[in-house]
Design a protein. Structure first.
Length: 301
């Protein structure tokens, strides 16, 4: 049975806890806290390739004084040697591991691990399900920009269906009172996504003048056996290019969780736009992950 706090998705955090994590992030970015997690053993268990998430978790843990072990598994199955998930959790716990940061292609894998591991589990991305710390840093970037996201309109554009980041970001923005506009073709975005505070739209051009922020997503080709839309059709309808930038409000910001694909979801001119915030998003990744680890181990203080 899960005993300690874990972060599987943003549903695990109340609104005041989200606010607390953002406040801690701001404090940690202003002044590093030092080794406040000294003696905390953390295993980064990654079954999928990662650059931004893996590196920022690693830096966050080292800056907090954690004892860090990095494990890369090419085989997504823990059973390659006959070991079950429960066996692995027992083994790591017996070694004194306090927290596991896990990325896995199977949706629900971190949640299953959290049920049997007597420690903290942080979901660093599970299939197309969730990616809570990426969503936190994206939302924090918006808060830094606007002061508050309540009442703000945020468009998320592209392959919503397969984006674990989008799924977590939608949950977090709704919790904080933002209005979310999802934009994309039906093969990437069904009407089932329409909820209270979440609209589904097909016309990207019509949406752009009315939103405070645009979050672009890449097409996750690795999750399709056969692409349901041609590159040409997608580019014509949903790529942010020079013409569409002319429809964006002067005070709006443009974001992307990365990696971004030049020529598909965005044109090179977007990278030079005054509202482009990708570098800020990446920068906030370390602070957010420091704040999450501190919160899970120490709680609110």
């Amino acid at each position: 049975m899960r005993i300690r706090r874990s972060l599987i998705d943003l549903d695990d955090l109340a609104a005041d806890e989200l606010t607390y994590i953002f406040e801690r992030t701001k404090a940690f970015e202003r002044k590093e806290p030092g080794p406040i997690l000294a003696g905390t053993a953390v295993v980064n268990l990654f079954f999928e390739a990662s650059t931004r998430t893996f590196t920022s978790f690693n830096l966050a843990e080292l800056r907090l004084g954690c004892d860090v072990v990095n494990l890369w598994h090419r085989d997504a199955s823990l059973a390659s040697k006959g070991e079950t998930l429960e066996d692995t959790a027992i083994t790591l716990g017996a070694m004194g591991v306090n927290a596991i940061v896990v990325r896995h292609p199977e949706p629900g894998f971190p949640a299953r691990m959290a049920l049997v591991f007597d420690g903290h589990v942080v979901n660093a991305g599970d299939g197309a399900h969730a990616h809570p710390t990426q969503a936190l840093l994206d939302i924090y970037t918006l808060i830094e920009e606007f002061g508050d996201v309540r009442g703000r309109a945020v468009a998320i554009v592209g392959d919503i269906l397969h984006s674990r980041v989008a799924h977590s970001t939608i949950r977090g923005l709704r919790r904080l009172g933002a209005h979310v506009v999802l934009v994309g073709p039906e093969c990437f975005l069904t009407h089932d996504y329409a909820l209270d505070g979440v609209a589904v739209e097909r016309d990207f051009d019509a949406v752009l003048p009315g939103v405070d922020a645009v979050i672009l997503l890449r097409i996750q080709r690795e999750r399709f056996e056969e692409m349901p839309i041609t590159d040409e059709a997608y580019v014509a309808a949903y790529r942010l290019d020079a013409r569409r930038l002319g429809l964006v409000r002067d005070d709006a910001v443009i974001m992307h969780p990365g990696p971004y694909n030049r020529g598909m979801e965005l044109d090179d001119c977007v990278l030079a736009h005054a509202g482009w915030r990708y570098a800020k998003q990446v920068h906030h990744g370390v602070g957010i992950r420091m704040a999450v680890l501190d919160f899970l181990v120490h709680g609110k203080r």
